[in-house]
Write a protein of this length. Structure first.
Lengths: 256, 309
């Protein structure tokens, strides 16, 4: 317990925020951590979300996606990172080894995002999408006006898992020279400075919690009213009829 | 039908994995023989740090002891000092090949000894109760700051003192170099360097460090003096005229409870025969790109060559 208090004290000591030849500053490490997380997250979303929507909407390629993303999960990230750093030469315009780090973080980030995207779409009641088609919606309209809004909760849920995965994994870059919040954890261990280690761990955990908190709020707001996980909350029977008539994507239960 | 087939495949994969794990276990303990009482003085668990040279040294100690009637168990490749010194103190391992200056710095943050005899004397004092340092070997593996030939030519560098000519010097090394008394702090206080930009690369002067140096990510790098890449990449090792880097002789650290006249005699023979050139050869053999030799075999070959037992 004492060590955790010392860890907090270490974080709030202003001397630890600036970089000198004998100590890494928190500010620079924090900025680097955010930059790497941000770029990796953006690329992950750009790759995994359209792919997940395609799979979820068409129902095609699901097995391939599940298998390949699980294989990606099993890749030892530190090993892959080392190999990539040694293999990729310096590219003008790209800071030190950024490409190698980002490839690894994106690979790790894709599986949960992909799963969230297609599971979100799959969670939408089949009858609802059929109804949307029946009223003359194009496939694009079915996707954007029915499936994505109704699946939004699971889609953002996938984004939350991906964000946590990437924020936590950026730390391993510090084994190979990348400055990040992981620097304090890796260097602290080797320098026998356990307070520094705890301080770094607290910073990573705090960053992860803050980002997850923001996304939890987003998750709450993107979900259409009275909808949870792809189906209408039918608890409120008083307005049930009106809702059915007015909200796109309302399930019309057949055979009742 | 399909489901059960998949089940069979999964079970097969599990079995194969378990078999691999068991094979890994058995190969690491195959030299231990039948041990009944691990507390006996003649049963020794040999450990080592997680880099090839140290693993070879651990194997040499172990094989030399085994050839002299000791029952030897191996626990090689235990990370860095922060991991294996506690293991040594707890008695999980009893013998580790160490480097006199580095272990002293690890144990005593204020150590200033540099010469071999001073370092050994200070080490004897600094070692925790229950651990003993035997006679060091003349073989040494010390820190050395290296630059590329082009960089050395550009700034006219031959010794650490010349680094003063380099503006915004950047240096890659293991994380502990940043806080060690004979690391960055020593470069600043002993050689008067200022504003060094430190990059920690945690591979003990290995391939990632070498690549950063060669592609210009950093100006200079701490690479151990017995690393083959210094020769292979024609790096310029800067001389250390003010003896900043402490003497780093190979020294066996033993649990005091296991020290006996016989054990001391065996390890002293090994230490006396070992040279710095041997260390360089161990590293060249274990890291050979086309045909790397297993550390166990490297140790066997060396013991055959010196013909001690």
């Amino acid at each position: 317990m004492n060590l955790i208090i010392e860890g907090f004290a270490w974080i709030f000591d202003p001397a630890h925020w600036t970089t000198s030849s004998t100590s890494q500053g928190i500010s620079e490490a924090f900025v680097q951590h955010i930059i790497l997380t941000g770029i990796s997250l953006l690329l992950t979303v750009l790759i995994a979300v359209p792919l997940g929507f395609y799979i979820g909407h068409s129902g095609r390629g699901r097995q391939v996606a599940i298998i390949s993303s699980n294989v990606a999960r099993a890749v030892p990230s530190l090993g892959l990172l080392t190999v990539l750093i040694l293999a990729i030469p310096i590219i003008p315009g790209i800071p030190n080894n950024y490409l190698a780090y980002i490839i690894v973080f994106v690979l790790l980030g894709i599986p949960p995002m992909l799963a969230g995207a297609y599971a979100g779409l799959e969670s939408v009641d089949r009858e609802t999408t059929d109804a949307a088609r029946a009223v003359g919606m194009t496939e694009w309209q079915v996707l954007t006006k029915v499936e994505i809004p109704l699946g939004a909760s699971l889609i953002v849920g996938g984004l939350r898992s991906t964000t946590l995965q990437i924020v936590a994994t950026v730390t391993i870059g510090s084994f190979l020279g990348q400055v990040s919040l992981g620097t304090f954890i890796v260097d602290g261990l080797e320098q026998g400075d356990f307070v520094k280690m705890i301080g770094g761990a607290i910073l990573v955990a705090a960053l992860a919690l803050v980002l997850d908190g923001i996304l939890a709020l987003v998750q709450r707001f993107v979900v259409p009213r009275r909808v949870s996980r792809g189906s209408i909350d039918t608890g409120n029977t008083a307005h049930g009829m009106r809702l059915r008539a007015s909200t796109p994507g309302t399930p019309i239960t057949e055979g009742n | 039908m399909f489901g059960s087939k998949r089940g069979v495949i999964a079970a097969g994969a599990l079995l194969a994995g378990a078999a691999l794990l068991l094979a890994g276990c058995s190969s690491s303990t195959s030299l231990s023989g039948g041990s009944t009482s691990s507390s006996a003085k003649t049963t020794v668990t040999v450990g080592s740090a997680a880099f090839p040279e140290n693993v070879v040294l651990g194997n040499i100690y172990g094989q030399a002891l085994a050839a002299n009637g000791f029952t030897v168990k191996y626990h090689l490749g235990i990370g860095q000092r922060a991991a294996y010194i506690p293991a040594l103190e707890k008695g999980e391992v009893n013998l580790i090949p160490e480097y006199s200056g580095s272990i002293l710095d690890f144990l005593s943050k204020t150590a200033t000894a540099n010469t071999p005899s001073d370092v050994k004397a200070a080490l004897d004092k600094a070692l925790p109760k229950g651990l003993t340092a035997l006679t060091p070997s003349s073989a040494a593996d010390s820190d050395s700051i290296n630059v590329t030939p082009a960089f050395a030519a550009k700034y006219n560098l031959t010794s650490l003192a010349d680094l003063k000519n380099v503006p915004n010097l950047s240096l890659a090394a293991n994380p502990e170099f940043q806080t060690r008394p004979d690391g960055i702090k020593g470069l600043e206080s002993v050689y008067g360097l200022t504003g060094i930009s430190f990059q920690s690369i945690n591979d003990s002067g290995g391939p990632a460090t070498l690549k950063a140096l060669l592609d210009g990510t950093v100006d200079s790098a701490d690479i151990y003096s017995t690393t083959p890449s210094i020769l292979a990449s024609k790096l310029v090792t800067l001389t250390d005229p003010k003896s900043l880097f402490a003497s780093q002789q190979v020294v066996p650290i033993v649990s005091t409870s296991k020290v006996s006249a016989k054990l001391t005699a065996v390890l002293n023979k090994v230490s006396a025969a070992l040279t710095t050139k041997d260390l360089l050869e161990f590293n060249a053999e274990t890291s050979d790109a086309t045909n790397p030799v297993n550390p166990v075999v490297v140790a066997q070959n060396w013991l055959k060559k010196v013909n001690l037992f």
